[in-house]
Write a protein that binds this ligand. Structure first.
Ligand SMILES: [Zn+2]
Length: 479
């Protein structure tokens, strides 16, 4: 294990009281209060006090937040953590190429240890970026041994996680009723606290027989939520939403990932159910589920959270998710206005809203809004300090929300506290064995490359491009 003291020789042991001093506190409370030169005291894993020059226990670790922003830990509501060992492999993929590789060809090659390696690396990566809660949209669980490996990895890293159990190698109405699945749930989840939650993860393809109903019934039986990829062009559309809605399979805990290509009727149904949408803008922009949906969801007042989807293509930090989402939302507003021959004068979306989606929005989506998602007295202490005295980008901080969304990046995350424990300080991970994660990842990569075969491994990451035609340019210079 790595450092348990920081550069000043201060102990970073878990359970120690912590006081952040003199920072800009972006509380994300109901009033969205932003406090200047403020302190935050954490005792016994709980936010105990927020204010100016507050008293702290003698043994509390003091973290100087001068020049920094203290914000709630970010919450990612949809990440396929098991795929992280293949970071960047599909950077040039379309969604069709992803399906072929994982669903049809090679996803079944993953062994439990490969799920472990991906989950471990993803869990560490999340914490490093200030993502204190991640929903592990774990659809590579071919057996409960795979599922055990996924949970082992999530338990090896002291972050907050939700295992969203899925299996792309079998139909949801098959794996969810398998006694082994129920045994796994009882053994590893029943009665667990809020550091490790559970939900079911599967897609509804829109077939009139609606066989997925069986999996919804299992979720209802266990009293756990469902998360589903919805509004994915050509895959899950309005029929899927209608079937779920008319069969009583939607509620306020249902998370609809993407929700891009849907009709007004479907958005109304989602809104009426009280469910929320998880927007993965980087994903929607390049994979092709549909235009990133935040601009549309806002029109129907559907609650929004953010997610990154998978590192097979994209980045895994919510700074990028916030920035791309604000960009795509505004881009759409301009496009729509230009189509009417109008110019946008006032934007619809503020950076403040994007920070809300990355924090409170996520907490609401996963049913933990009373515990995390804001910096308020009594809440669990999932707190992030963005501060980087070596960076020319960290001053001046004039607009804290604008700074978080448009200026800061994961390298500026100085300190991460989860449930009161320090997991990153002075921009270095604390008590996390990165070397072990690297070692396991390398093993998985070489195993996968071997099992796929060298030619197919190289070909898989270099998909064919579509043919494009350069238009004849009438202004070409001719001598
Ligand atoms: Zn996904």
């Amino acid at each position: 294990m790595s450092n348990s003291v920081n550069s000043k020789g201060e102990s970073l042991e878990h359970g120690r009281s912590i006081v952040f001093r003199n920072g800009i506190v972006v509380t994300m409370d109901n009033l969205h209060r932003v406090l200047k030169n403020a302190d935050v005291l954490i005792v016994d894993g709980v936010i105990k006090e927020i204010g100016t020059k507050i008293a702290a226990p003698d043994d509390a670790l003091t973290i100087d937040a001068t020049g920094g922003i203290i914000m709630p830990g970010m919450i990612d509501t949809h990440r396929h953590m098991w795929q992280t060992a293949m970071r960047g492999y599909g950077a040039d993929w379309s969604l069709a190429q992803y399906y072929v590789w994982y669903y049809l060809q090679h996803g079944k090659n993953f062994r439990p240890e490969d799920i472990y390696a991906g989950n471990l690396l993803s869990a560490i990566e999340a914490i490093d970026a200030g993502v204190t809660t991640s929903v592990d949209w774990s659809h590579g669980l071919q057996t409960t041994q795979h599922a055990d490996a996924a949970v082992d990895a999530l338990e090896a890293v002291p972050g907050r996680f939700i295992l969203a159990y899925g299996n792309i190698q079998a139909a949801p109405w098959e794996w969810s009723v398998d006694p082994a699945f129920k045994e796994f749930y009882k053994r590893r989840f029943d009665g667990k606290g809020d550091m490790l939650g559970f939900s079911l993860a599967f897609d509804v393809l829109g077939d009139a027989a609606f066989l997925e109903k069986a999996a919804f019934d299992v979720a209802k039986d266990l009293g756990v939520p469902v998360t589903t990829h919805a509004g994915v062009f050509g895959i899950t559309g309005d029929e899927s939403i209608r079937l779920m809605h008319e069969n009583g399979c939607m509620n306020e805990h249902t998370v609809f990932v993407h929700s891009s290509t849907l009709s007004e009727d479907s958005y109304h149904r989602i809104a009426a159910s009280g469910g929320s949408a998880s927007v993965s803008t980087e994903s929607e922009q390049s994979a092709g589920q549909g235009y990133p949906s935040s601009w549309r969801l806002r029109q129907f007042d559907i609650p929004i959270s953010l997610s990154h989807d998978t590192t097979v293509w994209w980045s895994a930090d919510l700074f990028t998710a916030m920035r791309t989402t604000v960009g795509s939302d505004r881009s759409r507003q301009h496009m729509e206005a230009h189509a009417r021959g109008e110019q946008v004068v006032n934007l619809d979306l503020r950076c403040e809203e994007a920070v809300h989606w990355a924090t409170r929005g996520g907490a609401k989506a996963i049913g933990l809004e009373d515990k995390v998602g804001s910096i308020e007295v009594g809440k669990r202490a999932d707190v992030v300090l963005i501060k980087n005295d070596d960076s020319p980008v960290m001053f001046p901080i004039i607009s804290p929300y604008g700074h978080i969304v448009m200026q800061a990046q994961r390298g500026d995350v100085d300190t991460v506290v989860i449930d009161g424990n320090i997991l990153k300080n002075e921009r270095k991970l604390v008590g996390i064995d990165l070397a072990a994660a690297r070692n396991l990842t390398e093993k998985t990569v070489s195993y996968l490359a071997d099992s796929v075969g060298e030619a197919a491994w190289v070909e898989g990451q270099n998909p064919e491009l579509s043919a494009h035609v350069i238009a004849e340019n009438p202004y070409k210079y001719v001598k």
